[in-house]
Every structure is written in C-alpha cells, then in structure tokens.
Design a protein around this ligand. Sequence first.
Ligand code: MG
Length: 299
Amino acid sequence: MQVLIAEDDIHMQNMLLLMVQSFGHEVFTADNGREAWELYQTHQFPMIISDWLMPELSGVELCKRIRISQKLNYTYIILVSSMSGRKNYLEGMDAGADDFVGKPVDKDELHARIRVGERIISLQIQLEEMSQTDGLTNLANRRRFDEALNEEWRRAKRTGIPVSLIMIDIDHFKKYNDNYGHLEGDYCLKQVSTVLAHTGNRPGDLVARFGGEEFVVLLSGASLEPAKRMAENLRAAVSNLKLRHEYSENADHITISLGLASIVPAFDQNNPHVLISLADTALYQAKKSGRNRVVVFKE
Ligand SMILES: [Mg+2]
C-alpha cells in the first residue's frame, strides 16, 4: 500500500519511514502539512500518517481539508502526536482522523493500527465495486454506465472523436420468463451477459446492464464501421449460444436486437442522453423489422 508520512521533525520522519517500510509499504514523505496537501492533490494515497503539530498546515487542518475534498476513494488518516489526553483525541477524530497514535511511537502498535486501516480500506474498495456492479450478471450497472457515458461524452467533445453506443434487447424475453420461469430467465440473462462481456471487447469499452433484459455497450472512441462489426459479432455470438426458446416468434432459440448510434457531440450539446435516445430509436427499428438484427441510426 502507498503511505504518505507528513512530519516536520526529520528524525521522527525518518523513524516512521523506516518503520512503515519494514511493514512492506511504499512510503512517501512530506515535511509539513502544506506539502502533504499538495502531494495529495496529485496523488490520492490510501493512507496518510500525519504529525499533529507542523508549520504552515497542521495535521488537524490537513484532515479537515482532505475530508472536505471528497475524492473518489477514501483516505485513511492516522494522526500522530505527543499531545495526549481526551480533549486532543476528540478534536483529532472530529477533524476527520480515523485513528490516533501517541508519541513516542510504539512499532508494534503502529503496525497493528495500520493493519486495521488496511481492513477498512479494502472494505471501502469492495463497497465501491459493489455499488457499480449488477448483482445478477456481474456486468457494470446503470450507475457505472451513466458515469462512463458522461466521461466519454466530455472526451468526445474535447477530441472530436466519435462516441458510439449499442443498445441491446433480448428478443421475446417476457415470453421466455412467462413460460420457463424466472430462475431460467435469470440463467438466460447471465449466459447472454457472459457472451456480451467476452465477445471482442476492446479495452476501454464498457458493457453494462441497462435494466431488465436490456444491455448497453459503450465504445470508447470507435467510429461507425468498427462499432457495426462489434454489434454484428455480439448478435452472432448470442444466437450461437442456441439457448432454447420455443416461444420466440423469430427463432427457436434466444436472439438479441441491437440499435447502434455514433456521434460527435456538438460543443454546446451537454446532455449525453441524446445518444441513448438515438440508439434506442435504432433498437426500436431492429425490433420492428424482424428482430435478431443490427440497425444503425440514420437521420
Ligand atoms: Mg511536529
């Protein structure tokens, strides 16, 4: 783990550095709170061990700033101080510190407290992953997709490179559920998801469950032709699963319909949902014209 040590006393800093390195961590150092705050702007450390009394910016002020800045990942903060006593402890914890270690620092105690911090950090990472994953299919969920779409949209506006979206719907899935039951329905969703996730996706592309039996593939920086090939590959791969579906009206097995849209957003086009609605229109046309096919949106 990467640990930032903020300590103005060079002897103490060196001692902490050697201790934390001996626990197997990669250590960075700052000579005061301001320097630590600046380092934190460029690199988000999972753990900071900070002295309380430092010139320019104290450990407590550093804690407050980090808590207000609300970066994506949590930073676990251990305050180190010779200022013992209940009042100081409470002030440090109120400022946003997670733990408090008295000086002189006991090596075993510091080691134990760092391990506690590591457990909290790994739980936090797990939570973050869970909050972005669809529980049934293990694909990215709607929330993750919305974030990625916003990011792609901004990138496309900046670079002028198109952003492409494939909307996918399983054909006659309601009939599948009604006739085979919801457990079989879930099994079918999982099978289709696995195929979508593993069929020729380039790094940077995102496959997500949009909701129900609808999926999306967000293609990073892909223009229309490669996006079309990808959509056709996905269609063929799902059809080749040959999942029995006697109640489908267009085949005897599970198939999907796909709508594809690809655009370069205009500089004043701030809402990426226009891309979803174009892909959705194309998907609707794929359904209308017989299903198990790819339709590209055309104006
Ligand atoms: Mg100090």
